[in-house]
Design a protein. Structure first.
Length: 269
């Protein structure tokens, strides 16, 4: 059955999709690193640090969700349960990116490359891993959308989930909506890097995914609580992502000019 977490007794489709997403993420990182002719030793550092970021990201994904549920407890805060609250992608992204940058800053002086060298590659890796993860959510029956009668829009997009799924009945398959958008984003950014040498994938990712995630939250049926005013935690961070797209663009432009100056000095030395 398409939204059952397990096939047989031991095969967990959600876990498989997560594992495949992570594997494809690092394969894309390696392929694009070679395509961009990034120093091999620097790529080794990026891959090892990326693994650490993924592990830490899963921890912060659970931590953020536990905090959201604790806050949502109302006048009397709910129970803080780190291990049974589920995970949230944006919490994992924030945590993973933070630890990655922290390790890079500590090791920066001894590295043979600069973070600017991979800024156009990283969004491709994040998007494709996230896309596979959302397919896993579909199989697990989590992160489902609302009943179409609750929104009175796009009825034809709803599907009927079986009674034994986490959210049964007629609902929007928001996991698949998001997976499709993420695969499209990945394809576009991958093409821009490989064919055009495009350097501004990060602001594109921040703006496009932030805007999409803000919208899709209106169709989500798994309440994650209110964070600021009437907006959900994911909508709050989505707004931040969209806002950061512009300074991110300006920062990348500055960093690339600085990097080109550094490389010119090395060449002339």
């Amino acid at each position: 059955m398409y939204n059952r977490t397990f096939i047989g007794e031991y095969v967990n489709l959600y876990g498989i999709c997560i594992a495949v997403g992570i594997l494809v993420c690092f394969l894309v990182l390696r392929f694009l690193g070679k395509k961009q002719k990034i120093d091999a030793k620097f790529m080794d550092f990026i891959e090892i640090t990326g693994c650490i970021a993924v592990v830490f990201g899963f921890f912060t994904a659970a931590l953020f969700q536990a905090v959201y549920e604790y806050i949502e407890g109302g006048s009397v805060p709910g129970t803080f349960d780190l291990f049974n609250s589920g995970i949230t992608f944006l919490g994992g992204l924030i945590g993973g990116a933070s630890i990655f940058i922290f390790i890079y800053v500590i090791r920066r002086k001894s590295l043979t490359g600069r973070i600017v060298d991979i800024l156009s590659i990283v969004p491709c890796c994040i998007a494709v891993a996230h896309a596979f993860g959302r397919v896993g959510c579909f199989f697990a029956g989590c992160c489902n959308g609302r009943h179409p009668h609750e929104t009175d829009v796009f009825h034809f997009l709803a599907i009927n989930f079986p009674p034994d799924s986490q959210y049964s009945g007629l609902r929007y398959p928001t996991q698949l909506f998001e997976a499709i958008i993420l695969f499209i984003m990945f394809g576009i950014m991958f093409y821009l890097v490989v064919k055009k040498g495009f350097i501004y994938n990060f602001p594109i990712y921040l703006a496009s995914y932030g805007a999409w995630r803000f919208f899709i939250e209106f169709l989500r049926g798994d309440g994650r609580g209110q964070f600021v005013g009437s907006i959900s935690p994911s909508q709050f961070w989505s707004i931040i992502m969209v806002i950061l797209a512009i300074p991110c663009y300006l920062l990348i432009k500055y960093l690339f000019k600085k990097r080109e100056a550094e490389l010119a000095l090395i060449k002339d030395a």
